[in-house]
Design a protein around this ligand. Structure first.
Ligand code: C2E
Ligand code: MG
Ligand code: MG
Ligand code: MG
Length: 283
């Protein structure tokens, strides 16, 4: 059922759909104005504790309500943002909006679970990322334990020294971080030990064909073993079926996320989902 809801909620084109030159042009010409025109939104996807079925965290995912093209995913426009030097203003908006939303939920009397925000390499390399986050959480009186960031494995490895400086600055203010899309980049064990991420998110491409595909099964169990031995929590991304979840449970994966539980939802739909799923086993 989550899957049906997911289909209705997802009427934007996906990364594998070909973007026509016409659409690319529309994205390029209008991205510059999207912020001032308040066309960005954050959607929220539950992160589930496999053992209990409880929602223990959320991930914020950026959406652009494009006036002609509909709801766009970052895969459709972040590369343009990068080319046009718009990563910082958009990234700062995401951080501010995530904190504003959490404060709003808290003020409405909701119990907060930690919220993870994705940051891009450009933001991560800037020395002030920790400062920007610190300011935003202080302004909204959000605890640093309720805020975390996700960074893809491939960007983390591009500049290990800068990465370590940022990770330490974040850790200094109590912000934890997850390595996103893990398994698609080239982390060395040595650098993983130095970063000490709090979570490893197993890339969706490995989860998709478990438990059927032998290679993916091996890859997933290898990442789970690695996470266990480094004492890092593992999160499986893109869990869509009970079979995938059962496999992950058997292999001792702590956390999972995907359409099997819920697609990313706009804030009000998320609250409704939380109310409906609070006491239900998710499996
Ligand atoms: P990600 O952080 O790895 O996010 C997970 C992506 O998988 C999201 O795509 C989510 O909608 C999708 N997803 C979740 N569950 C399932 C599932 O069961 N099946 C399938 N097929 N997909 C699932 P989305 O929202 O299109 O975001 C794509 C990427 O864009 C994100 O990947 C993240 O790297 C980036 N991104 C998203 N929001 C932001 C942001 O605010 N700032 C930055 N810098 N990057 C962002
Ligand atoms: Mg992510
Ligand atoms: Mg990911
Ligand atoms: Mg991804």
């Amino acid at each position: 059922k989550a899957k049906e809801r997911g289909k209705n909620a997802f009427q934007f084109f996906t990364a594998d759909m070909n973007q026509s030159a016409h659409e690319t042009l529309k994205i390029e010409s209008q991205l510059l104005h999207a912020l001032e025109r308040k066309q960005f939104m954050l959607y929220y996807q539950p992160i589930i504790e496999v053992a209990s079925g409880r929602c223990v965290a959320l991930e914020a995912l950026l959406r652009w309500k494009h006036p002609e093209l509909g709801l766009l995913s970052p895969t459709n426009f972040m590369h343009v943002a990068e080319e046009r030097g718009l990563i910082m203003p958009i990234g700062n908006w995401v951080i501010a909006e995530a904190c504003r939303q959490m404060a709003d939920w808290r003020d409405k009397g909701r119990t907060l679970v930690p919220l993870a925000v994705n940051v891009s390499l450009v933001q991560f390399r800037m020395q002030q990322l920790a400062h920007t986050i610190h300011e935003a959480i202080l302004r909204h009186q959000i605890s640093p334990r309720q805020f975390s960031i996700e960074m893809t494995e491939s960007s983390l490895m591009q500049d290990v020294e800068a990465t370590i400086a940022t990770v330490e600055a974040l850790r200094g203010i109590g912000i934890s971080f997850a390595v996103d899309d893990f398994g698609t980049g080239y982390s060395s064990l040595a650098s993983l030990k130095r970063f000490k991420p709090n979570k490893l998110k197993i890339d969706r491409s490995f989860v998709r064909d478990i438990p059927r595909d032998v290679d993916d099964v091996q890859m997933t169990t290898a990442i789970l073993d690695l996470a266990r031995s480094l004492n890092i929590e593992a999160v499986a991304e893109g869990v869509e079926t009970p079979e995938q979840l059962e496999f992950l449970r058997r292999e001792g994966c702590a956390l999972a996320q995907g359409y099997h539980f819920s697609p990313p939802l706009p804030p009000d739909d998320l609250l409704a989902w939380l109310d409906k799923n609070a006491d239900l086993p998710v499996v």
